[in-house]
Design a protein around this ligand. Structure first.
Ligand code: BTN
Length: 237
């Protein structure tokens, strides 16, 4: 593991290390990021000390690849719970939440070099309230903001990594169902709710039902089940 005071993005540092042959399990963490990024080209606000900014090199087997984000979301929720007592939920595709507010996000990016294929899985966890832009502040929360007391950042990091090691090992070993079951129980408060997403011919709506074995969201539309695999899903309640 390497720790940096400030980087552009820990995902970039980890990808460079993976390209150079660093092994699975190599961790890059930072106190701040100047160009932290989220899904769909968004910025991940990463002020000094306000969050955990962490990236891990994984080299998943083909069968494990589609569930890396799902397994990491479960692991981050479990790590936060073990370190703080909070019990976060997960929200497809990559959010870890307390109620409707986002506590953490996951960004998995795949790459390939002569040293082999890899996935860098990055997670950002809000540790304490920060001066976020107003639109983000309205939708975000933090561990300390929820608990009203300090948390040990090192403990949160260690528990998240331990939980990720456990969930990833299960996934690699073929125990996909255990990972999906853990995700489902943490997603219970969101499943059954209406969602909207952008399909080829415009916005569509349905009721979030479950995820499938490849991590796609299954949405009930009338009497049909539609697989939503990527892009933006808007949770309507
Ligand atoms: C999202 O919710 O859109 C994903 C956010 C992922 C943020 C983390 S912080 C560590 C790693 N480095 C980045 O630049 N992004 C991820």
């Amino acid at each position: 593991m390497v720790w940096h005071e400030e980087v552009g993005s820990t995902n970039d540092i980890a990808a460079a290390a993976a390209n150079g042959g660093s092994p699975e399990g190599f961790v890059v963490a930072a106190n701040a990021q100047s160009s932290g990024r989220g899904r769909l080209g968004r910025t991940w606000e990463s002020p000094p000390g306000a969050g955990l900014y962490v990236s891990v090199i994984l080299r998943p087997l083909p069968h494990a690849l589609p569930l890396v984000t799902i397994a990491t979301g479960v692991a981050v929720a479990e790590g936060v719970e073990a370190a703080s007592g909070l019990s976060p939920c997960v929200k497809w595709p990559n959010d870890v939440c307390v109620g409707s507010r986002k506590l953490a996000g996951i960004l998995a990016e795949a790459g390939s070099s002569s040293a082999g294929d890899y996935v860098v899985v990055g997670f950002g966890v809000n540790l304490r309230p920060a001066a976020f832009p107003a639109d983000i502040a309205a939708r975000a929360t933090s561990i300390e903001g929820e608990l009203g007391r300090d948390v040990d950042r090192g403990l949160v990091l260690a528990e998240c990594l331990a939980a990720l090691a456990h969930r990833y090992r299960l996934l690699q070993g073929g125990a996909r169902d255990a990972v999906i079951a853990a995700w489902r129980s943490r997603a219970a408060e969101h499943l059954g709710r209406p969602v909207e997403w952008d399909a080829e011919h415009g916005a569509r709506r349905g009721i979030a039902h479950d995820i499938d074995a490849r991590g796609a969201l299954l949405v009930r539309v009338g009497d049909r089940m539609v697989r939503v695999v990527s892009g933006e899903v808007r949770w309507l309640t």
